[in-house]
Design a protein around this ligand. Structure first.
Ligand SMILES: [Mn+2]
Length: 401
């Protein structure tokens, strides 16, 4: 390229960027988010239109802007962040969830092909007025679980305690700022973590506790994950005692879970015996069995969940193995007899109105996926429902006169 045409190209890019910025402001589209993959990004030197495509460019969740939130861009505020936690050395069967964040991002590329409007929820999460970004991954060592678990807690906490871009709640009907629902009286951004095996939820709940105190948990999984370390893994060492089948037991013992207002859905694992359920009761959970989809159905399951959590702030954890392996085979410990992707998505939409303060999806191990990327798409689509519910539900309470 000649130098003069290079200059022309630069001018074109700058002009296009500043007009895009103005447009963004009007529409409240986050950062330089490309609303349609076919939207012209800039005109080349000869005036030809150059468009981005869903299969081109750097892959972030749903093609959202990548912000290096943990390093050089710590001053960029946001309201909702996608954050990877590539940890899988707490898994009991198939390893590989360390590639989950990259896989889920790849599975999410098409979420915005038509603009991102969620038809059943009648809402576009990308035009909610909240700034949504992809913060990349927390650096996690694959050599030392104790250290890695601390890294995950620190990384999550660093983002959770950052100031929000818009005071959350301002998108309420009245437009009045709402009162924060956190324990520390501050507005916090929401974080959607891409796992990682399920062990990561222990450090994530430790971080959540620092802002919200003990939290009500909605947990979709084929397994309980509240097992005592002596039952699950035998606990030959302090470190082995913390794994993807015991993290909730530790969280309950640390007082991180709100007893009696937390619930599992899609449970269908075999047990060491019924005492596992007694132990699960002690950890503070109610249970919805996977097979209840055939008796009380999607609506009955949603009702049970809503009655359990009430109007408490909620942490949502989705193990991809809640979905049947026919639809989501790429996971660490698959169990047949699960929900369809359609059923899980409908149940997630049923959480509309519940203040979900943060969420995760875990146990996606792309190496076991089909070439059609069934599992990573299912994970991304489930998160699309979560994102819509989050952006549609202000995170605060109305001021009392
Ligand atoms: Mn699990």
């Amino acid at each position: 390229m000649k130098f003069s045409s290079f200059l022309l190209l630069c001018t074109a890019v700058v002009t296009s960027a500043s007009s895009a910025h103005n447009h963004e402001h009007a529409d409240q589209v986050p950062l330089d988010f490309a609303r349609f993959p076919t939207e012209p990004l800039y005109r080349g030197a000869d005036g030809e239109v150059t468009a981005d495509a869903i299969f081109s460019g750097i892959t972030t969740f749903s093609k959202l802007p990548w912000v290096q939130c943990l390093t050089r861009e710590q001053d960029v505020p946001f309201d909702i962040a996608f954050l990877g936690a590539p940890f899988d050395t707490g898994t009991s069967y198939r390893p590989g969830a360390r590639f989950g964040p990259a896989g889920i991002r790849a599975g999410s590329r098409r979420l915005n092909l038509y603009g991102g409007y969620n038809v059943p929820l009648e809402f576009n999460p990308f035009k909610s007025g909240l700034r949504i970004v992809d913060c990349g991954d927390i650096p996690v060592t694959p050599y030392d679980n104790k250290y890695a678990i601390k890294q995950i807690e620190d990384g999550h906490k660093m983002l959770l305690h950052r100031e929000t871009f818009s005071p959350l709640g301002n998108d309420s009907l009245t437009g009045e700022p709402l009162v924060p629902i956190s324990a520390d009286g501050k507005h916090h951004p929401r974080i959607i973590t891409l796992g990682g095996d399920h062990t990561i939820v222990l450090p994530l709940l430790r971080s959540i506790y620092s802002a919200y105190g003990a939290i009500s948990v909605i947990h979709f999984d084929s397994h309980l994950d509240t097992w005592k370390p002596s039952v699950f893994g035998g606990a030959p060492s302090e470190q082995a005692a913390i794994n993807h089948g015991t993290y909730f037991w530790h969280a309950a013992n640390e007082g991180l879970i709100k007893n009696g207002s937390s619930i599992h859905g899609a449970i269908r694992t075999t047990l060491s015996g019924l005492e596992d359920y007694e132990n699960d009761d002690d950890a503070g959970f109610l249970r919805i069995e996977a097979r209840e989809i055939d008796t009380i159905g999607v609506d009955g399951i949603i009702k049970k969940i809503r009655e359990t959590v009430g109007d408490n702030p909620v942490y949502l954890s989705i193990d991809i193995d809640s979905i049947d392996p026919a639809f989501a085979p790429a996971t660490g410990t698959p169990e047949t007899g699960g929900w369809t992707t359609r059923e899980l998505r409908a149940i997630l939409r049923g959480l509309d109105g519940i203040p979900i303060v943060s969420a995760d999806i875990v146990e996606v191990a792309p190496a076991y996926d089909t070439n059609a990327e069934l599992t990573t798409m299912a994970a991304a689509d489930a998160l699309f429902e979560v994102l819509t519910v989050m952006t549609k539900t202000p995170l605060g309470k109305a001021k009392k006169d």
